[in-house]
Design a protein around this ligand. Structure first.
Ligand SMILES: Nc1nc2c(c(=O)[nH]1)N[C@H]1C(S)=C(S)[C@@H](COP(=O)(O)O)O[C@H]1N2
Ligand SMILES: [Mo]
Length: 225
């Protein structure tokens, strides 16, 4: 069953905040994630990530603007395996560095508490429905946190900061747009306004957002030829 306020859009579109539509990532083949912030050692991981145990999950994807794409199959590594096997031993985050900021190649960013990321269904994914991730859906690696709205599911991840506090963090959009947790079940679409109200704020923008993201990708592909 669909969560409150969501509708089934069918195929997953390329989507996001409009200002990121034409910021196409450059590094789409090789996975590279730098861990920094309040850690003992800053470190970049690449091939180590591919050596972690692989998992598959099937989950519905819910964008805060009210579209959902059902039964998407993602493959990759669990975030908690990445954390426990690489991040924890190699970078040694401070004990209370629980505020995690994920930063992407296009400048997009989102944050989640560490506990939310350590859940059994949160992963760093590199395939969608049996195909390697393309530019549309987050190449080379993206976060999948199905219990959280799409905007926490950062695509093209290049850096993850472990922070003791969030005082220097600036969200990608306006302040009201990023709820600290953004759980779909609780309809935590944003801050300051109730979730149900934001449905009506966001819904009218879906169509034009999808076309601006589509157009940006088409023109990128044309330029490359
Ligand atoms: N790097 C990056 N990640 C991002 C975004 C973005 O613009 N840039 N948009 C977010 C939003 S709002 C949504 S709904 C999903 C969309 O994922 P999709 O393009 O694979 O459908 O990506 C999220 N992650
Ligand atoms: Mo979204």
């Amino acid at each position: 069953m669909l969560p409150k306020g969501q509708y089934d859009i069918g195929k997953m579109p390329r989507f996001g905040m409009s200002k990121f539509a034409d910021r196409i990532p450059q590094q789409i083949d090789a996975v590279k994630i730098t861990i920094s912030g309040d850690v003992e050692n800053t470190r970049t991981f690449d091939t180590e990530i591919a050596a972690l145990p692989r998992t598959e999950i099937k989950a519905d994807f819910h964008c805060v603007t009210t579209w959902s794409a059902l039964d998407q199959v993602w493959e990759g590594v669990l975030f908690k395996d990445f954390f426990n096997q690489l991040v924890l031993p190699e970078t040694k985050p401070m004990k209370n560095a629980n505020f995690i900021v994920m930063r992407a190649q296009d400048g997009y960013r989102a944050c989640l508490p560490l506990d939310d990321l350590l859940s059994d269904n949160v992963m760093l994914a590199d395939t969608l429905n049996g195909e390697p991730l393309g530019i549309e859906h987050g190449a080379p690696l993206r976060l999948i946190a199905p219990d959280h709205y799409g905007y926490k599911n950062v695509k093209h991840i290049q850096k993850i900061d472990f922070l003791l506090d969030n005082s220097n963090y600036r969200p990608s959009g306006l302040k009201f747009m990023e709820h600290p947790r953004a759980r779909v079940e609780k309809e935590e679409r944003g801050r300051f306004f109730p979730g149900w109200l934001l449905r009506y704020v966001y819904r009218p923008a879906i169509k034009s957002t999808i076309s601006s993201f589509e157009r940006a990708l088409i023109s990128h592909k044309e330029k490359k030829q």
